[in-house]
Design a protein around this ligand. Sequence first.
Ligand code: SF4
Ligand code: SF4
Length: 241
Amino acid sequence: MCTGRVDLAFILRSFYNRIDGVYIAGCRLDECKYITHGNYHALNTVLLFKKVMEHIGLNPERLRIEFMSSAEGSRFAETVNDFVRKVRTIGPIGKGEGLNGNELTSRLNQMMMLIPYLKIAKREKLSSHLKDREAWDQLFTRDEIETLFRELPSYYIDPDKCQACMTCAKRCPVDAILSGKNLIHIVDQGKCVKCGTCLEVCPPKFGAVTKICGEPVPPPIPEEKRTIVRKKKEKGQTDKE
Ligand code: SF4
Ligand code: SF4
């Protein structure tokens, strides 16, 4: 496939399936025949994921991207052989880093949940077209990634403000919002992938969704208190009081 289709999730899934190294070969930069230049996106994705690998204790050299034309068969063979030698030196995934299987699975699972957050938080850099190879190393820094995870947001629905309009539940990409007619909505923190959509779509007149960083999320409202009792509509009266 075109490297423009390569997603963070594909790379992560490879490692999750215990592939020891991922090699991505794309067309030469600036030679893409489409205006999208998806190979730059692949490059930025790899640069970001290498920092994520460092964050979770995986050797970033398990991931490589090279750019070449279809006429450069020998270059392809040379770079693949070099990559395979390198990965063999590092050893099997996890083992080479001193991580046991359960620990590796748990770290990769956690990252899988955070892919939407990463893509949204870094969308501007992911769409950059850096020509200078030296600048590639600076595009994402270790500190930046550490900060990103340290300031991981949570989304919380204020039970006093929620009007059970169901907009957020319909738009949540992973069904992480406990919804129901006339029921105060609740974010299932275990399922939430931190995309922020609920905050964006909750009507401003309700403003029920809050982004919380660095603080614990209040516990969810008890089930028996979730029902919104609405008064019958009368002239000039709001739907819920
Ligand atoms: S941030 Fe909101 S919309 Fe996004 S996954 Fe979490 S609950 Fe769903
Ligand atoms: S969009 Fe806002 S008001 Fe509507 S159900 Fe979700 S949190 Fe409640």
